[in-house]
Write a protein that binds this ligand. Structure first.
Ligand code: MSP
Length: 492
């Protein structure tokens, strides 16, 4: 059976990871965990992009060899993924032999197909972007560190696939998402596509994968990096294994790398004659003070500092609920604290302690008997359609739906007042508490892909052992522990 296969971009190792990198990785992790929750095997790939001029220059600046620089930087990413509770299935570094070998296989294959030729080229090269830019782009002044370069290089016949690519994008609604990005790519493809320069002479840049049919050249870093999506599942090495994963279900990317993925990568795959990924989804940027968060602007927020201060699940929850997928979002401490206090401390945290305290005090710390599986709350659960929201990449809406349900449980408690009812009709009060606790269990299971650790704590506080989404899996008679506050309020 094919796995649900989801990827993040592989990150450059020229710098430490920031909230932007953390965001894409948490989103992929959350989506993979949701897939597992709705019972689909999922394979989640992330990793590092270690070649190219940017990395070579960062290494030179630190007085190190490029490889030593990469080996020194890689642990910072692994440590962050560990702290953020990222359950990746594979972590690929483009300097690994397994990747290098497959990049060379691909180059040979595309060369043999007649899609690679050599030519002399003179043009403007942007180091920051790692690519040749057009005169028009140069005039825009948006590209830092542009220099004129004249050299012989290898080119990939990207232009050959232009019409076929346009057709694929137009015909397949799900391929490039959201629609604004699809239109952006189609707009870009209105002008004639040029061929892609895929080599760099070693005399200018040494740090890259050697072109297998010309040892004087290394591979252009983007041509090398994109192949990670098929080198990890062993393209050209193990056909059966590869077929279990490919085509990828989704490449998650930021909108900054839309063209490289939609145009370069798609045409590379077309040359190899293998299917395109089902979806390329480009999310927006995290901004601070209206500007993209980036190292060069010096406005980055460190994910580690936030995690140390507020805990990993609060950070995951904030990032997942605050960004409408596809649009930009603004990071601010005010909005972080506001969301934490209202959603997590008030709505969810207070409900957990209320329900568990009432059961502890009035029912001898034992889950009471349930009378009716058909009640207002059990009926409301069916309004939450996880699959639909996931298929449409509406993470913020999904969270909103689950939290609306949590608020309904609070409303149900207010309406039925089990703390009063217990004095008049203990059985009935027990039933109210059972319904509230069972609803809370199900809401918690639904939130667990976003907040894995805190949700475990909540389930534990409810004496719940089942992670089923079906009603009735909280066992009457089960003992529950004394409760501790799960989300203590942040006092500003
Ligand atoms: N190495 C390339 C990607 C190669 S993929 C085959 C690269 N790396 S990167 O380190 O610059 O990371 C880019 C990705 O990080 C973006 O596409 C996005 O997913 C994430 N983000 C980096 N800054 C971001 C924000 N400020 N906001 C949201 N995400 C951003 O490009």
């Amino acid at each position: 059976m094919k796995s649900y296969y989801i990827t993040t971009p592989i990150y450059y190792v020229n710098d430490k990871p920031h909230i932007g990198h953390a965001y894409t990785t948490i989103l992929a992790d959350t989506l993979a965990r949701f897939q597992r929750l709705v019972e689909q095997e999922s394979f989640f790939l992330t990793g590092l992009d270690e070649h190219g001029l940017k990395v070579q220059q960062a290494a030179e600046k630190n007085g190190m060899s490029a490889k030593d620089h990469c080996d020194k930087m890689a642990p910072a990413f692994l440590e962050l993924w560990d702290k953020l509770n990222i359950q990746y299935s594979d972590f690929i570094r483009t300097t690994e032999d397994r990747h290098v070998k497959i990049v060379q296989n691909v180059l040979n294959e595309v060369h043999e197909n007649g899609d690679i030729y050599q030519d002399e080229y003179e043009g403007w090269y942007s180091v920051a972007e790692e690519r040749f830019i057009t005169d028009k782009e140069l005039d825009s002044g948006l590209f830092r560190e542009a220099k004129k370069i004249k050299e012989r290089n290898y080119f990939f016949k990207m232009s050959k696939y232009q019409d076929a690519l346009i057709e694929k994008i137009e015909k397949n609604e799900n391929f490039i998402q959201p629609t604004t990005r699809k239109n952006e790519v189609l707009g870009f493809l209105k002008q004639d596509l040029s061929d892609l320069c895929i080599s760099r002479p070693k005399s200018r840049l040494e740090w890259g994968i050697e072109i297998p049919f010309d040892k004087d050249y290394v591979t252009y870093v983007w041509f090398d990096a994109l192949i990670n999506y098929i080198s990890a599942p062993k393209y050209s090495e193990d056909d059966n294994h590869f077929k279990q994963f490919w085509p990828a279900d989704v490449h998650l990317i930021g909108k900054d790398i839309l063209t490289t993925h939609s145009v370069y990568w798609s045409t590379m795959l077309m040359s190899l004659n293998i299917p395109l990924p089902k979806t390329i989804f480009a999310h927006g940027w995290w901004l601070t003070d209206e500007k993209k968060m980036s190292k060069s602007l010096g406005n980055v927020v460190s994910p580690l500092t936030l995690v140390d201060k507020f805990g990993v699940d609060a950070v995951r929850y904030y990032l997942m609920s605050e960004m409408v997928l596809g649009s930009d979002a603004t990071f601010s401490m005010e909005s972080f604290i506001k969301r934490y206090n209202s959603d997590l401390a008030n709505d969810l945290g207070n409900l957990v302690s209320r329900v568990s305290t009432l059961i502890n005090r009035n029912f001898d710390s034992t889950i009471p008997l349930s009378k009716d599986s058909n009640n207002d709350l059990s009926n409301e659960i069916s309004n939450i359609n996880i699959k639909d929201k996931l298929d449409n990449f509406q993470m913020d809406r999904l969270i909103q739906n689950i939290m609306d349900f949590v608020r309904s449980i609070n409303g149900y408690m207010e309406k039925n007042q089990p703390w009063k009812l217990v004095k008049e009709d203990k059985k009935l009060a027990g039933n109210v508490l059972y319904n509230a606790a069972e609803s809370l269990r199900i809401a918690t299971v639904m939130l667990s892909p976003i907040m894995p650790e805190k949700c475990k704590e909540i389930l534990n506080a409810l004496g719940a052992t089942s992670s089923s989404l079906d009603w009735g899996n909280l066992k009457s008679g089960e003992k529950i522990p004394e409760s501790n506050p799960i989300f203590p309020r942040i006092i500003e």
